[in-house]
Design a protein around this ligand. Structure first.
Ligand code: PBG
Length: 336
C-alpha cells in the first residue's frame, strides 16, 4: 500500500524540518549594517523628552544624541538619520540652514560620536544622514515655502533645499536626504553640493513618498505645526505606477540611493522600484508602523520581538537594501 503522498515528488516541508535547515535555506537575513536609526535632536531642552506616541523614542539633547549614536555605532548599525527640532520657527525655515541650527549641531555631534567609537573598535561606524526638509523649521509646518495663495511654491522651496543641503554637508553629513517631494529636488541639491565642493556627499532621495496617516506619531516627535495635509506634494496612496515614475526621475537627476516610504503599506512599490533601480534602495518603516506594533505589544496582543523582526524582514524581502527603522539598535543587538 502506498502512502497518500507517495506520488508527490517534491515536499517543500523537508526544508522546514529543523531550525538548522531553516537557517541554511533562508533567502533573506537581517544585518545590522543594513539598518538606519532615525533620531530627533531638539534645541533648548536639558533632558531627553519622551515621545508619547512612540514609546521608547525620545527627542534628544545634544548630549543624549551623542550617547544614542555611540550606542548604535557599537551595535553595528549602518546609518543614523537626523531630524532637528528648532526653538524658533518662521515662514521660510531660517533655522534649517544656519551653521548653528540644531540639525547642523546634531550632525557635528553625531560625526564626533561615530569617530570616537570607530577609534575604539577599529570598525566602520554608522553613515551620518540628514533629513533635508523644511517642515521642522517652518512656522506653518509645510515642507516648503508658501506662495501668496498659500500653496507650497516648488521652485522657491528648491532654493531653500539647496542651501540646507550645503549647510548639512558642511556640518558633516555623509548623506543628505530630501524628503519634501518637490519636483527637481535631487538635481538642484546635487548641483549645489558639487558647486560647494561636496562632490562626495551622497543624495538619498525620498522618491516614492506617500501622504500617509502613518506619519502621525512623527508629527508629535517634531512638535509639528502643520494644519491640514501634504497631499499637493506627497503621493496619493492609490497610485503605484507613479511611484516608479518618481524613482526614475530621481535616478535621472543623479540620486545615489532611492527610498520608498512608508515601507509597510508600499511593499508593492518597493518591489517595483527595486526591480528597476541600479542604485541601492531604502525603505522607511515609519513612526505609525512603529507605534502600532509597540501598542499591540504593550497590550499583550502580539509578540513584540517576533513582530518587529518579521516586519523588517518583510521589507527586505520586498526589495529593500537598507531599512530605516526606530528599532535599528535594538534589532542589531538581538541579531549580534
Ligand atoms: C519630512 C519627514 C516626515 C517623515 C520623515 N521625513 C514627515 C512627513 O512627511 O510628514 C516621517 C517619518 C515617520 O513617520 O517616521 N521631514
Amino acid at each position: 500500500m502506498s502512502s497518500p503522498t507517495s506520488g508527490i515528488v517534491y515536499r517543500p516541508r523537508r526544508l522546514r524540518t529543523t531550525p538548522r535547515m531553516r537557517r541554511l535555506v533562508a533567502e533573506h537575513r537581517l544585518h545590522a549594517a543594513d539598518l538606519v536609526l532615525p533620531l530627533f535632536v531638539k534645541e533648548g531642552i536639558d533632558a531627553p523628552a519622551p515621545i508619547a506616541s512612540m514609546p521608547g523614542q525620545v527627542q534628544h539633547t545634544e548630549a543624549s544624541l551623542r550617547d544614542a549614536v555611540a550606542e548604535a555605532a557599537r551595535a553595528g548599525v549602518g546609518g543614523v538619520m537626523l531630524f532637528g527640532i528648532p526653538a524658533e520657527r518662521d515662514a521660510t525655515g531660517t533655522a534649517g540652514d544656519g551653521p548653528d541650527g540644531i540639525l547642523q549641531r546634531g550632525l557635528r555631534v553625531a560625526r564626533e560620536a561615530v569617530a570616537a567609537v570607530e577609534g575604539e573598535t577599529g570598525a566602520p561606524g554608522p553613515v551620518v544622514m540628514a533629513d533635508t526638509c523644511l517642515d521642522e523649521f517652518t512656522d506653518h509646518g509645510h515642507c516648503g515655502v508658501l506662495a501668496d495663495d498659500g500653496t507650497v511654491d516648488n521652485d522657491a522651496t528648491l532654493e531653500r533645499y539647496a542651501t540646507m543641503a550645503v549647510a548639512q554637508a558642511r556640518a558633516g553629513a555623509d548623506v543628505v536626504s530630501p524628503s519634501g517631494m518637490m519636483d527637481g529636488q535631487v538635481a538642484v541639491i546635487r548641483d549645489a553640493l558639487d558647486d560647494a565642493g561636496f562632490a562626495d556627499v551622497s543624495v538619498l532621495a525620498y522618491s516614492a513618498k506617500y501622504a500617509s496617516a502613518f506619519y502621525g506619531p512623527f508629527r508629535d516627535a517634531v512638535d509639528s505645526a502643520l494644519q491640514g495635509d501634504r497631499r499637493t506634494y506627497q503621493m496619493d496612496a492609490a497610485n503605484s505606477r507613479e511611484g516608479l515614475r518618481e524613482a526614475d526621475l530621481d535616478l535621472a537627476e543623479g540620486a545615489d540611493m532611492v527610498m520608498v516610504k512608508p515601507a509597510g503599506t508600499s511593499l508593492d512599490v518597493l518591489r517595483g522600484v527595486a526591480d528597476r533601480s541600479d542604485v541601492p534602495v531604502a525603505a522607511y518603516q515609519v513612526s505609525g508602523e512603529y507605534a502600532m506594533i509597540e501598542a499591540a505589544a504593550a497590550n499583550g496582543w502580539i509578540d513584540r520581538r517576533a513582530a518587529v523582526l518579521e516586519s523588517v524582514l518583510a521589507i527586505k524581502r520586498a526589495g529593500a537594501d537598507v531599512v530605516l527603522t526606530y528599532w535599528a539598535t535594538e534589532i542589531a543587538e538581538w541579531i549580534k
